[in-house]
Design a protein around this ligand. Structure first.
Ligand code: GLN
Ligand code: ZN
Length: 761
């Protein structure tokens, strides 16, 4: 019999119960017991949802992040989170967010660095090491959850991050080599695995997704030694890889002394035949045959066609799963009430994927006839998607065909443009600005909600949003910022807002996916050719500009980010979909320009996370991604200043592509990553202007003027003053006005003080 299992399940709850429980706890509106009870109930529900499977994951659930959980399990939370008499729970949240529920008033703990989980839009908290790091097992969380799963009657498989992936994802603050910690770390892993085995675990899933990236000989060798060391534990290990091909690591993965190997058969399908040849005969092979990262129905018959001979060969040694954890897809399609019926019939969310998995297993175990009806329905749905006129728009397909490189070229080089822009805009040195959004208060959210539910008509809605825009503009004027924004009160989300107004996109009601901690996003679904029926932002931006003499910056989301944060159709190349979006954004840029908006920011927050995991594939992605940005941005006059914004600081390796975007100004994150950013600009002279984020907006701590001055001085070492902008490192929508006002006040004062110093030089 084929065994079915799952690598991980979404955590936040079908109605985001975990999000609300966390936020209530952080705001001291509920007790830790309330929070933990919600978490327990959610886990119970999720095992119930997965009960169609033979094995369910345990330990994939997390209150904030599973990498941070692993740090806690290994006794490796940063020391700064542990001071005082805070409970374990509060220490954990301090490590994540820089403060716990206890620290509402005073807080000085820097939040853990957050970065993207491989090429997904999930963010994990980076483990911190130094050469003296000492690991110490804290197995309580896993053992408790395992006991809970067993008590609920689930056949449970604990899930942990493997030791090498853990070390790889972390960062040694003192520059030491994390691999030197391996022997000690392995002792703790051995203890953990033994404890789980003693608690009754038969299988443990040990995730080593770094097997899909390029590893040097040292790391490859470390795999061999590690798994020989862990082999002595009396339990079956399922080594799980996902998110790509293993290539030069494939043989190594097949040979490691573990009981089973899981392979992502969506992104590494081409490697399965080799694995069949190389995998020792005693090992099980788990194939991830359903896409754990996208929401399209699986082509069941085609998958079976491929699986049947493999099943013949492997028999009971074949396990079936989704390609990766279902963390990256929404819970349940059935709860969607407003999704168009035809489009809905093309989709599968987490729950539906498990049913598909069951159908595949049954077809293999008992023959296709046993699931004839399910296969029929699946075939009909796929047919309808392939033939639907809603998917294909001849006009847009033609526009795509006629794209030429001319579309992506500015009229003049930067030096000419900047002169024209300076004389038009007349900004002071070290101009101050923000990244676009201002606090999304409960009031604003309720205005949008009431409008959506029909309780407000269009003109009432417009009035209320305009009132908020007026408030944002007046606050910015009072603060003395130089380039203002309208504040984005009309936007629920920087991608959803645009997707809702473009053709070819659709939306779920409850399709939430965790981004970090309690933050969730609801990715749009791109099902067809993209086009822009009418302007999307011009009215709000022009209104804001009408209120002030200072320049107002128009705010758009770039094509690459819209692509990377959506569920993308899988029936054409991603690049083609991206170019279609670029054409739509280009039209918006030109309309803003026509309306008299002289500065336009096109956010590409997600450009970097779209990078393929393997460096050898980077260039081809960057080629089309940067071209798409250029098409969207570069049709403007010389006097129109194009900004772009990115939420990360690791630029060293893509800086020439960033430069090729040819934006007049880039604003970037830098405060959360210890100003690594500036290293990139030391060796590469970025030709245009740069606004390094001068404080971390993800943390509720209010930065002092002195700390901001420090960051700017540091930046000024490698970026000449005349090309330096001053701004926070991201949008302010998650913050409160009472934090934003003093923080921006300090920022503006810091800029003023430095301007005075400059004048003295
Ligand atoms: N303009 C957006 C905002 O300010 C940018 C958000 C982002 O970079 N993630 O919210
Ligand atoms: Zn940002």
């Amino acid at each position: 019999m084929v065994t079915t299992h799952n690598l991980g399940y979404p955590r936040v709850g079908a109605r985001r119960e975990l999000k609300f429980a966390l936020e209530n706890y952080w705001q001291q509106k509920s007790s830790s017991q309330d929070l933990l009870e919600t978490a327990t109930a959610l886990r119970q529900q999720h095992w119930q949802d997965q009960s169609v499977l033979d094995l369910v994951p345990v330990g994939d659930f997390s209150l904030y992040d599973h990498v941070l959980d692993m740090s806690a399990t290994l006794g490796n939370l940063p020391a700064r989170a542990q001071h005082g008499d805070a409970s374990e729970l509060d220490q954990y949240f301090r490590a994540a967010r820089g403060r716990s529920a206890l620290d509402q008033e005073s807080c000085c703990v820097p939040a853990g660095e957050m970065t993207k989980w491989f090429d997904t839009n999930y963010h994990y908290i980076v483990p911190e090491f130094c050469k003296d790091t000492h690991f110490k097992l804290n197995p309580t969380r896993l053992l408790d959850q395992f006991a809970q799963a067993q008590a609920s009657g689930s056949k449970a498989k604990p899930v942990i991050i493997g030791p090498l992936t853990y070390l790889w994802l972390g960062k040694a603050k003192d520059g030491s080599d994390p691999l030197t910690l391996l022997p000690q770390l392995l002792n703790v892993y051995a203890e953990l695995i033994t404890a789980l085995a003693e608690a009754g675990a038969q299988w443990i899933q040990i995730d080593e997704p770094i097997l899909t990236v390029e590893l040097d000989a040292k790391w490859q060798h470390a795999f061999t030694t590690s798994y020989h060391r862990l082999n002595s534990c009396k339990v079956s290990l399922l080594l799980a890889t996902y998110f790509g091909c293993l290539k030069e690591n494939l043989h190594l993965a097949c040979e490691l002394p573990v009981a089973g190997l899981h392979l992502d058969a969506i992104s590494a399908q081409s490697e399965v035949s080799k694995v069949l040849d190389w995998l020792p005969a005693h090992k099980i092979l788990s194939l991830g045959v359903l896409d754990g990262r996208n929401i399209w129905k699986t082509k069941l018959e085609q998958t079976l066609q491929w699986l049947e001979p493999i099943h013949k060969r492997l028999g009971d040694r074949l396990w079936l799963a989704c390609s990766c954890s279902l963390l990256h897809v929404p819970f349940d399609l059935d709860s969607e009430e407003t999704l168009d019926g035809e489009i809905k019939s093309w989709l599968a969310f987490a729950k539906q994927k498990l049913i598909e998995l069951k159908v595949l297993a049954k077809a293999l175990n008992e023959g296709r006839d046993s699931v004839a009806q399910e296969l029929n329905e699946n075939r009909r749905a796929l047919q309808s998607r392939m033939e639907s006129p809603r998917v294909h728009n001849a006009l847009m397909e033609k526009a795509y065909e006629s794209i030429s490189s001319e579309l992506g070229k500015r009229k003049s080089p930067y030096s000419t443009r900047i002169a024209a822009q300076n004389s038009l805009l007349n900004l002071p040195p070290l101009p101050t600005t923000t990244i676009g959004s201002f606090p999304q208060t409960a009031d604003i959210r309720s205005v949008r909600r009431r409008y959506k539910q029909g309780e407000l008509n269009a003109s009432e809605y417009k009035k209320l949003i305009q009132k908020e825009v007026r408030y944002c503009i007046s606050q910015q004027e009072e603060l003395g910022l130089d380039v203002l924004v309208h504040g984005e009160p009309e936007r629920n989300d920087m991608v959803e807002y645009f997707g809702e107004q473009l053709e070819g996109f659709t939306f779920s009601q409850f399709g939430w996916v965790q981004s970090y901690g309690s933050r969730c996003v609801k990715p749009p679904i791109i099902f067809g050719d993209v086009s822009r029926p009418k302007p999307m932002t011009v009215d709000w931006t022009s209104y804001a500009q009408s209120l002030t003499k200072k320049p107002v910056k128009g705010m758009l989301t770039g094509p690459v980010t819209i692509l990377n944060w959506s569920f993308v159709r899988d029936d054409q190349a991603r690049s083609q979909t991206c170019y279609q979006i670029a054409l739509a954004i280009r039209d918006e840029v030109l309309d803003l320009e026509k309306a008299g908006v002289n500065i336009i920011q096109i956010d590409e927050a997600a450009l970097r996370e779209g990078l393929p995991l393997r460096r050898s594939e980077w260039q081809s992605y960057l080629d089309w991604a940067i071209d798409a940005f250029r098409i969207s941005a570069n049709g403007v006059k010389d006097t129109t200043q194009i900004h772009t914004h990115m939420c990360y600081s690791e630029f060293n390796d893509i800086i020439d592509s960033i430069a090729r975007m040819d934006a007049d100004v880039i604003t970037i994150e830098s405060s959360r990553s210890d100003n690594e950013l500036f290293e990139a600009f030391e060796s590469f002279e970025y030709p245009n202007q740069i606004g390094p984020g001068v404080y971390d907006i993800h943390s509720p701590n209010i930065p002092s003027e002195a700390s901001i001055i420090d960051v700017i001085r540091n930046a000024a070492k490698c970026i000449p003053n005349e090309r330096l902008w001053i701004n926070p490192d991201c949008g302010l929508k998650t913050r409160k006005w009472e934090d934003v006002i003093p923080a921006l006040g300090h920022m503006v004062n810091a800029a003023k003080r430095l301007r005075q110093e400059l004048a003295l030089l």
